[in-house]
Design a protein around this ligand. Structure first.
Ligand code: AMP
Length: 113
């Protein structure tokens, strides 16, 4: 897949407010937050979108969910939070490097728009 700005954040070529990092994942604050806490969790290995994940990516996908829960805990989201993955045009995906949005710190509406 082609390089995205999230790969540039991983390589520290553009700045980001990083809140978590390990060998497989990075988490940083969204530049246009939609909630008091809005963090993006991304794999260091680029996958364009969840629909393009391969069977061999299954452990990595699970790890990203675990990281999202860790981030939510560390950000103090004790009253609940929402994890969102936008996949493709109809979902409004704008950056084609798989990411989990961690949203919390306010009451979130359902259904989403
Ligand atoms: P999506 O619409 O699901 O593809 O989400 C992409 C997200 O990336 C949006 O919420 C943007 O606000 C966010 N974003 C774009 N550029 C940056 C950046 N340089 N640093 C942090 N977040 C970004």
């Amino acid at each position: 897949m082609s390089d995205t700005l999230f790969s540039q954040i991983i390589r520290r070529e553009i700045p980001a407010d990083i809140v978590f990092e390990d060998d497989r994942a990075l988490a940083f604050r969204d530049i246009n937050p939609q909630a008091p806490v809005h963090v993006l969790v991304i794999p260091k290995q680029p996958i364009a979108m969840v629909a393009e994940a391969q069977p061999t990516d299954e452990p990595l996908l699970g790890h990203l969910l675990w990281v999202a829960a860790q981030v939510a805990r560390e950000q103090g989201l004790t009253n609940g939070y929402r994890l969102v993955i936008n996949n493709g045009a109809d979902a409004g995906q704008t950056v084609f490097h798989l990411h989990i949005h961690v949203l919390g710190g306010r009451s979130l509406q359902w259904p989403p728009g």
